[in-house]
Design a protein around this ligand. Structure first.
Ligand code: N2P
Length: 361
């Protein structure tokens, strides 16, 4: 019993030390990191990492606007980040604590500056597209060899959806991406903030609503991989993870991802530090760890999303850096669009419309 010999002051210091053991609380998207990196962070820094996940920008935004989330690092997409910066939800990054910032990629930084001027509040974690994942075998069995798996018509044309309904179709529960996709399908500006244009999405959804099994933003990964569903409107890397899980299970399920040819949304998920983060120092340590070239490459190699880190590129596997669905070539890039945040009044209209679409009445 060594501690019997400790002085009272030393014991108190120990207790205080235990109570203030450094910890960092990170709130990131689900299926978005190699968990070995989390253990590596703790081993390298001695900081306890509490890692929670979400699958909806709206859920994160509610926490950010309410304040007091208790998180040190959060990961909104660009348009949401922009709105939350305006609301004063984040603190400026202290670049002196981020030596690995030199690894970031100017091509992505130019784009993210649209949401966060000078990239003063955030770093890019990953970026990707919103498109369609299919079980190739089932979809061609139901729609024939020329099934339009690379077109929004697959999921917005009721004639296709009627045939697909039996094998299971999931849509993302992400109005800021799903409304623009429907507008793109009917040839409208996907970035429209005009309530009359936005209203046109209602008819597109109502025509296929009976055939949508579920609106959910993360279950589709396993759903596709297991063969429980055959189509999902989903995020690029998530669908590619489903493809991998199916291949690992060796269950005969072949999954493919397409950013639809009519045009697909490109988004940027940004790591930022809430203004009331309990431990901003540890938050910076986490961000700096993530911006290490090898760590960032390990994350992308695991989740099949592109990142904003130039130095990581030499460590990316060919399956990632060489896949235009992940790192788009010029032709693919040409077909991608971005959106701006909805102003508050338009956002209320979008939220109401989405609730109506989901309820189907
Ligand atoms: C990760 C999904 C992140 C992409 N599962 C959505 N911005």
């Amino acid at each position: 019993m060594k501690n019997r010999f400790l002085t009272a002051a030393a014991s108190l210091a120990l207790i205080a030390g235990a109570a203030t053991a450094e910890e960092v609380r990170v709130y990131n998207w689900s299926d978005y990191i190699d968990e070995e990196l989390l253990a590596k962070f703790e081993a390298e820094t001695g900081i306890d990492l509490i890692y929670d996940v979400f699958d909806s920008n709206e859920v994160l935004e509610t926490k950010m606007l309410a304040g007091g989330s208790g998180y040190d690092v959060v990961v909104p997409s660009g348009t949401f980040l922009q709105r939350q910066i305006s609301a004063g939800a984040f603190q400026k990054l202290d670049m002196s604590k981020l030596p690995n910032h030199k690894n970031m990629w100017d091509v992505v930084e130019k784009r993210t500056a649209q949401y966060d001027p000078d990239n003063a509040y955030s770093i890019n974690y990953m970026w990707g597209t919103t498109g369609i994942g299919v079980n190739v075998g089932k979809v061609t069995e139901l729609l024939g060899e020329d099934a339009p798996i690379d077109s929004w018509a697959l999921v917005f044309d009721p004639a296709n959806m009627e045939k697909l309904a039996g094998c299971g179709v999931h849509f993302l529960d992400a109005p800021a991406e799903m409304i623009p996709a429907a507008l793109k399908y009917i040839g409208e500006d996907p970035d429209s903030q005009d309530p009359d244009v936005i209203a046109k999405a209602e008819a597109v959804y109502m025509a296929v609503r009976p055939y949508i099994q579920k609106f959910h933003s993360s279950e589709y990964i396993n759903g596709l991989a297991n063969g429980d569903i055959c189509v999902a409107v989903g995020w690029s890397g998530d669908v590619l993870q489903a493809r991998d899980r199916a291949a690992e299970a060796d269950n005969g399920v072949e999954i493919a991802y397409h950013a639809p040819k009519e045009g697909a949304q490109m988004w940027f998920d940004q790591m930022a530090i809430p203004v009331d983060a309990p431990n901003p120092d540890a938050a910076h340590t986490f961000l700096n760890f993530i911006m290490d070239a090898q760590n960032m490459a390990a994350a992308s190699n695991y989740v099949y999303y592109a990142n904003g880190n130039k130095a990581s590129q030499e460590f990316l596997v060919e399956d990632v850096i060489g896949d235009p669905a992940i790192y788009p070539d010029a032709a693919t890039l040409d077909n991608l669009f971005t959106t701006r945040p909805y102003p508050a009044k338009v956002q209320r209209i979008v939220t109401r419309l989405w609730t109506k679409i989901k309820s189907g009445i």
